[in-house]
Write a protein that binds this ligand. Structure first.
Ligand code: FAD
Ligand code: FAD
Ligand code: FAD
Length: 326
């Protein structure tokens, strides 16, 4: 059932088998499996997540490589709800471990918000990440290209950059290292720091040896039309010619609501999980971009399958057998 501020009161006494934080690629897969195992689950999705900005999913078997993330979100949400999952538009603010259950506090409505608390036996953290983008006064100018010809994922879109003039936008010296991976796809790389980091002589020398120009002035504006990049104008007036680009500026991890949970093991900001996507907490699973591993739709979808199946096993094994009784 689709929940909203109007009907969510009906579910405040429910103890869900699982609450899925984030209805993106992994969360929807988990919810579809949970629902088909006959388990009660609630998906909470804030909106404006990473897969919504994916203009085309290039490498998922069986799907046309022009399939946009928003279509998968709509389709997957409908499928999950049709099989019996609950779905709520809202932002998970906090999760408290009560022992047998989790108390999940959700902010519903960006204005005149209400803060219902839902309960579940298991929690699936499927809230993903979001890429940092260069901040310009006119963000619409960035959004006109980001996710189209200004990419954020080399595994996804390196192929679409093949032998083109490309900018790599990096905000740390470490991120500049991506140039030496991107050169698998194209050697025509200009590195832009947007004025955000100092570059050591060693890195400058390595870039020079490869013939990759470095521009340290901040970006003023992206040029192009119809989402097709043609160049980048810097604040010092330089125009760097490029028909494509890669933003390598790190990401924000959507894990704030887990901060109160003790003993969760992280690798950097990624949650560490076992081969069924269970974290170091027995009742918390983590999927997709939030956990350690490749950031790909195929992985997130498979993770949802694994987590839901392990939760089903746990609940089924603890349940009395169903006997054929008249
Ligand atoms: P998501 O799909 O991002 O889902 C997480 C969801 O959680 C989001 O919808 C978000 O709104 C929600 N959320 C976050 N915090 C909260 C909260 N506190 N409360 C409630 N909800 C919350 N991958 C490929 O395999 N192939 C590609 O071609 C490809 N191209 C890409 C192109 C672009 C431009 C981008 C940005 C990504 C691309 N990706 C691609 C990567 C792909 O989008 C991710 O790997 C995938 O979506 C990860 O799935 P996920 O379930 O972990 O996260
Ligand atoms: P969020 O972090 O989602 O939310 C901020 C706060 O609002 C939260 O802390 C919470 O308190 C509250 N909140 C959020 N959702 C809810 C809810 N459902 N109910 C109650 N409270 C809530 N953004 C665009 O706007 N346009 C674009 O064209 C665009 N293109 C992008 C392209 C790419 C490749 C990438 C990576 C990102 C793009 N973005 C775009 C995303 C942009 O960078 C932000 O991440 C996104 O807009 C964040 O949304 P938000 O302001 O709601 O922040
Ligand atoms: P396959 O997709 O079987 O591919 C292996 C291929 O290798 C075959 O095409 C075979 O012909 C070929 N091959 C084998 N030996 C050789 C050889 N020596 N030389 C050359 N080729 C060879 N899964 C789901 O997720 N959801 C479902 O709803 C679902 N329903 C199913 C319903 C049915 C009736 C069946 C039979 C399966 C279903 N499955 C479902 C399971 C799903 O089909 C498999 O898990 C999936 O296909 C496994 O992928 P695979 O690549 O390992 O094997």
């Amino acid at each position: 059932m689709k929940l909203s501020s109007k009907n969510l009161n009906e579910r405040l006494d429910t103890v869900y088998d699982a609450i899925v934080v984030g209805g993106g690629m992994g969360g929807l897969s988990a919810a579809i499996y949970l629902a088909r195992y006959g388990l009660k689950c609630l998906i909470v999705e804030k909106g404006k997540g990473r897969s919504l900005w994916m203009q085309d999913l290039r490498n998922y078997v069986g799907l046309d490589p022009t399939t946009p993330g928003r279509d998968i979100l709509n389709h997957g949400t409908k499928t999950a709800v049709d099989w019996g999952a609950d779905h709520l538009r809202g932002y998970v603010e906090e999760v408290v471990d009560e022992g047998e259950t989790f108390a999940v506090k959700v902010k519903v409505g960006k204005t005149n918000s209400i803060y219902p608390i839902f309960r579940s036996k298991y929690l699936i953290a499927a809230s993903g990440i979001i890429d940092n983008l260069p901040q310009l006064e006119d963000m619409q100018n960035v959004y006109d290209y980001a996710g189209y010809t200004l990419h954020v994922c080399m595994i996804c879109d390196g192929f679409d950059m093949w032998d083109q003039k490309a900018v790599l936008i990096a905000n740390t010296e470490g991120q500049i290292g991506a140039a030496f991976v991107l050169n698998w796809f194209t050697p025509y790389i200009s590195v832009l720091t947007h004025g955000l980091c100092e570059v050591s002589d060693k890195t400058k020398q390595k870039l020079a040896e490869h013939g990759y120009p470095l521009y340290e002035a901040p970006i003023a504006k992206f040029h192009g039309e119809n989402h097709q990049l043609s160049g980048v104008e810097l604040t010092d007036g330089t125009i760097v010619e490029a028909t494509t680009g890669l933003v390598g500026m790190g990401s924000i991890y959507h894990n704030q609501y887990l901060k109160g949970i003790e003993g969760l093991e992280y690798d950097g900001q990624n949650l560490v999980t076992n081969d069924m996507c269970k974290t170091s907490h027995d009742r918390i699973f983590a999927l997709g971009d939030l956990k350690r591993g490749l950031n790909q739709v195929s992985i997130a979808v498979a993770d949802g399958t694994l987590a839901a199946t392990q939760i089903w096993r746990n609940i089924r094994r603890a349940s009395p057998p169903r006997k054929w009784e008249e």
